[in-house]
Design a protein around this ligand. Structure first.
Ligand code: C5J
Length: 233
């Protein structure tokens, strides 16, 4: 089979991807993190720092859906009985209203609650996979690696929140498993601007020690000039 590779302008150098072997990963675009009134805001965070990723991410999602790319969403959260949540995670922060408690959007980070679900703007459609993860990394205690392997995926376009927590942890896990990660700087968000900057610098430092960093615009230029999963468009 002939390989059709796309080249995306990125740092520390150009990123090459084969559309058939590339998936778009949307990490934890959940109401509890992103929406006003959710868990994140209740903790004192400014959710506008996360909400700015929605529009560029919608554009990337639209084009990659159109091109037939594999799309995978993740959600951080736990079973209603919290049996998959380490006691240390529940205790951390000494919060008066934390994981498992009833917050403004239902039980916090519990599967099935309103706040745990993905925001309407980026809702999964059709057969898009949703990976429920109990940890920060999307590979820990999930079947993500197995599913990517079965689909022949080698490269991940990584988006979502938060840049220094679940995005960074997932990129490091993916890198150790041999995946090539392209992180889109305007499609990942942190509550803390300084963490956003340094989390991205950590990924692309030392020749791309964990992966590459680019932008939605640069990816879209490459996708629009290139191929869909089915061949040249
Ligand atoms: C956090 C996440 N920040 N999705 N979760 O606790 O980054």
């Amino acid at each position: 089979m002939t390989e059709h590779k796309l080249t995306v302008e990125a740092e520390p150098y150009e990123f090459e991807l084969d559309p058939k072997r590339t998936a778009l990963l949307l990490i934890d675009m959940q109401r509890d993190f992103v929406e006003p009134g959710g868990f994140g805001e209740q903790l004192g965070n400014d959710v506008s720092n996360l909400r700015r990723v929605i529009a560029p991410l919608q554009r990337v999602l639209g084009v990659m859906r159109e091109g037939g790319y594999t799309v995978i969403h993740t959600r951080e959260g736990h079973r209603p009985d919290l049996s998959d949540c380490p006691p240390s995670k529940i205790a951390r922060g000494r919060l008066s209203c934390g994981i498992g408690d009833v917050g403004p959007m239902g039980r916090i980070l519990v599967r099935g609650s309103h706040g745990h679900d993905i925001i309407d703007e980026l809702k999964p459609i059709g057969d898009e996979t949703v990976v429920d993860k109990p940890g920060k990394g999307a590979f820990f205690a999930t079947d993500l690696d197995f599913m990517l392997h079965n689909r022949g995926i080698e490269s991940l376009v990584v988006t979502g929140v938060t840049t220094e927590v679940c995005v960074n942890t997932t990129v490091r896990e993916a890198n150790d498993r041999g995946y090539e990660c392209l992180v889109l700087e305007d499609c990942v968000g942190s509550y803390f601007p300084e963490f956003q900057e340094y989390a991205l610098r950590m990924i692309k430092a030392q020749g791309g020690i964990f992966g590459w960093v680019s932008s939605s615009e640069k990816l879209l230029v490459a996708l629009e000039a290139g191929q869909s999963v089915g061949g040249r468009v």
